[in-house]
Design a binder for this molecule. Structure first.
Ligand code: NAP
Length: 243
């Protein structure tokens, strides 16, 4: 049984979807969870569902907001043991129709944010000579996908970032790993037409979409002592859609 009692875990994108389930899972394992996203109302509702949890509203693509938000977390909690970089967006279109702002926004929210949040936790983690950084990338960052060049580039970038940071701070006993989910049942995928959903499910060895729980279980493992000798890895949670 994984026990994270006494650990402070920050989860970005915890207002809904995968991030909400990750926060719940870490809380159930005993961690003191801090919920981060822009929508404060949803964060407070999720925190209340957990019993009690700190919520911090910030736009993770803003260096200033991240710096201020993490300062507040460290002031309140004293340290941060686990950082889950999960916040992400899509702005899909074929390259010929992709506007510059759609490229910029996706790179900023999905990739640039990880530089800001990770930088904010390094000092406390280095001081305590322990830390776990878990970055949510996507199978699309490994496979590519028509209509998602901006998203795929941001998610592939996360993998390079993860491996570089893992090398940079491994000697301080801080691990940095990525999780690449496949098609996960969330509001995002529920909007796809039934025929598309069926086609997608057929490309998955296990023959079905994953759940937010499937991703959260992988996060829980990487956050735990069981994964102490794993760093710089990309763990696919795709049901065999990509091998
Ligand atoms: P979702 O339901 O759309 O949730 C995205 C989360 O990110 C929300 O909590 C949102 O909160 C937050 N967020 C977005 N922009 C933000 C910003 N600028 N600052 C702070 N928070 C922001 O998406 P999901 O399906 O759970 O996806 C979660 C992660 O998994 C993403 O990184 C996604 O790329 C990845 N992923 C998902 C799938 C899938 O099939 N669903 C597959 C592979 C990878 P606010 O709007 O309140 O800010």
């Amino acid at each position: 049984m994984i026990n994270l009692t006494g650990k402070v875990a920050v989860v970005t994108g915890a207002s809904r979807g995968i991030g909400k389930t990750i926060a719940k899972k870490l809380h159930q394992a005993g961690a003191d969870v801090v919920l981060v996203a822009r929508n404060r109302e949803l964060l407070e509702k999720n925190a209340a569902d957990l019993g009690a949890a700190m919520v911090v509203s910030m736009d993770v693509s803003s260096a200033d907001e991240v710096q201020a938000g993490f300062k507040e977390i460290i002031r309140e909690k004293g340290n941060i043991d686990i950082l889950v970089n999960n916040a992400g967006i899509t702005r899909d279109n074929l390259l010929l129709r992709l506007k510059e702002e759609d490229i910029q926004q996706v790179l900023d929210v999905n990739l640039k944010s990880m530089f800001f949040t990770s930088k904010s936790v390094l000092k406390p983690m280095m001081k305590q000579r322990h830390g776990r950084i878990i970055n949510i990338t996507s199978v699309i960052g490994l496979m590519g996908n028509s209509g998602q060049s901006n998203y795929a580039a941001s998610k592939a970038g996360i993998i390079g970032f993860t491996k570089s940071l893992a090398r940079e701070i491994g000697s301080r006993n801080i691990t940095v790993n990525a999780i690449a989910p496949g098609f996960i049942e969330t509001e995002m995928t529920a909007e796809l037409p039934e025929t598309v959903q069926k086609e997608m499910a057929e490309s998955i060895a296990l023959g079905r979409f994953g759940s937010t729980e499937d991703v959260a279980n992988a996060v829980l493992f990487l956050a735990s002592d069981l994964a102490g000798y794993i760093t710089g890895e990309v763990m696919n949670v795709t049901g065999g859609m990509y091998m």
